[in-house]
Ligand binder design. Structure first.
Ligand SMILES: Cc1ncc(COP(=O)(O)O)c(C=O)c1O
Length: 397
């Protein structure tokens, strides 16, 4: 897209924390987006792993509009039906028997999960355990507390001093975790696939061992499923690939298919540690977003999107592996379902993203040598084929 008056206005009026790509999107449907010149794109980012059902899903729009005409906001001083219905659905599909709390984003979901774990550690143990162990290369959000949880020193450095109470250990290394635990440790918090860190899945044995270790030492296991949740990896939640159950789960992104909603879900005995006034949110769990999220979860299961993501994701990964085996600069293919990453030997990922955008394909880079794919779960093999035939040009050795 050529220079546009809106690019200049954004530079003048918006705080520049995003290095935006040169395009203004105006319309979306399923896996397609259209810019303000009417050019059509195939979306392999899905709003950063958010619109899992595809853009502007009709059932979500209907639920959202219907609810907006009835009641938009009353605060959490009162009961509203969409919130309670969504709570029941979300808990039953994630941690049956547990309880959830609604907020507005992934960072807030993690803040809530961290607060709950800390309250649990203080209430449950005479020595008041408060510390949380997270992984290096992890990403848990941009608030000060979730930035402190995030295992990426370069993101933390400009904002020191950060809140205390976190230790970071090597991911997929059980002995590093074992060595870091002491009498002050309340919980371990992990992503099942590290997303922003570069698409690194937890190994089967590792996550199982982490669960065993947490049980042995009475530590809570918090899984951050903000990016991996709601079908993205081929199951509703990524932890379901591992035959384990966490104590607390944080979610956001795919829950509302684009509506701003997050939540944390905890086993009942842990959730019940919170008392009146311990946590809250003015907007969290409002009727409109909850109605939209309820419709999202219905469509997700009715359309069997997790199963679809597993199947299409396997096809996609196989094609990426075939490319890696040919004469290309690909050094690694990672991920599960429709959360895939491609590591390349050259520092050209940002340029590849721009070149692909010009050809009508929206892909994402993490740093200079990782390409990431998080398409809507409705993406078809034909879309993958056409995207890869364009991408191949930039991956030749
Ligand atoms: C694993 C994970 N946790 C937390 C967050 C933060 O979510 P939000 O941007 O909605 O605050 C993200 C965002 O990318 C994420 O990928």
């Amino acid at each position: 897209m050529k220079n546009n008056v809106f690019f200049d206005k954004e530079a003048e009026f918006h705080i520049p924390t995003y290095k935006r790509l040169p395009v203004i999107f105006e319309k979306g449907k399923d896996v397609y987006l259209w810019d303000s010149d009417g050019k059509k794109y195939i979306d392999f980012i899905a709003g950063l792993g958010v619109v899992n059902l595809g853009h502007c899903h009709s059932k979500v729009i209907d639920a959202f509009c219907l609810q907006a005409q009835e009641l938009i906001h009353v605060s959490n001083l009162f009961y509203t039906k969409p919130q309670i219905k969504l709570a029941e659905r979300l808990v039953k599909m994630s941690l049956p028997g547990g309880k959830c709390f609604f907020c507005n984003s992934g960072a807030e979901a993690n803040e809530g999960a961290i607060k709950l774990a800390r309250r649990y550690g203080k209430t449950h143990f005479a020595d008041e355990r408060v510390e949380i162990i997270t992984a290096l290369r992890s990403f848990h959000g941009r608030t000060l507390k979730t930035l402190a949880a995030t295992g990426q020193p370069d993101k933390q450095l400009p904002f020191q001093p950060l809140p205390s109470g976190f230790k970071h250990v090597k991911f997929n290394d059980i002995s590093a975790l074992r060595q870091s635990v002491d009498n002050n440790t309340a919980a371990v918090m992990l992503e099942v696939i590290q997303g922003e860190g570069g698409v690194y899945p937890a190994e089967q044995d590792y996550l199982k061992e982490v669960r065993r270790f947490c049980d042995e030492h009475q530590l809570l296991l918090i899984l951050d499923e903000v990016q991996t949740g709601f079908g993205r990896t081929g199951k509703i939640f990524a932890f379901q690939h591992y035959g384990i159950e966490p104590d607390i789960i944080s979610v956001a992104k795919g829950l509302g298919n684009g509506l701003p909603i997050g939540a944390f879900i905890a086993k009942k005995s842990i959730a019940d540690i919170f008392n009146y006034g311990d946590h809250g949110s003015t907007f969290g769990g409002g009727p409109v977003v909850c109605a939209g999220a309820l419709a999202t979860l219905t469509a997700l299961t009715d359309e069997k999107l997790p199963e679809k993501a597993a199947k299409t994701g396997a096809y996609f990964k196989q094609k990426l592996n075939e490319l890696a085996a040919a004469d290309t600069i690909i050094t690694d293919v990672r991920g599960n379902g429709l959360m895939l990453g491609l590591e390349i030997a050259k520092q050209t990922a940002p340029e590849i993203v721009i070149a692909m955008l010009e050809q009508g394909f929206i892909i994402n880079n993490i740093g200079k040598n990782i390409l990431r794919f998080l398409p809507p779960l409705t993406i078809a093999e034909k879309h993958i084929d056409s995207m890869l035939s364009a991408l191949t040009t930039f991956l030749k050795d």
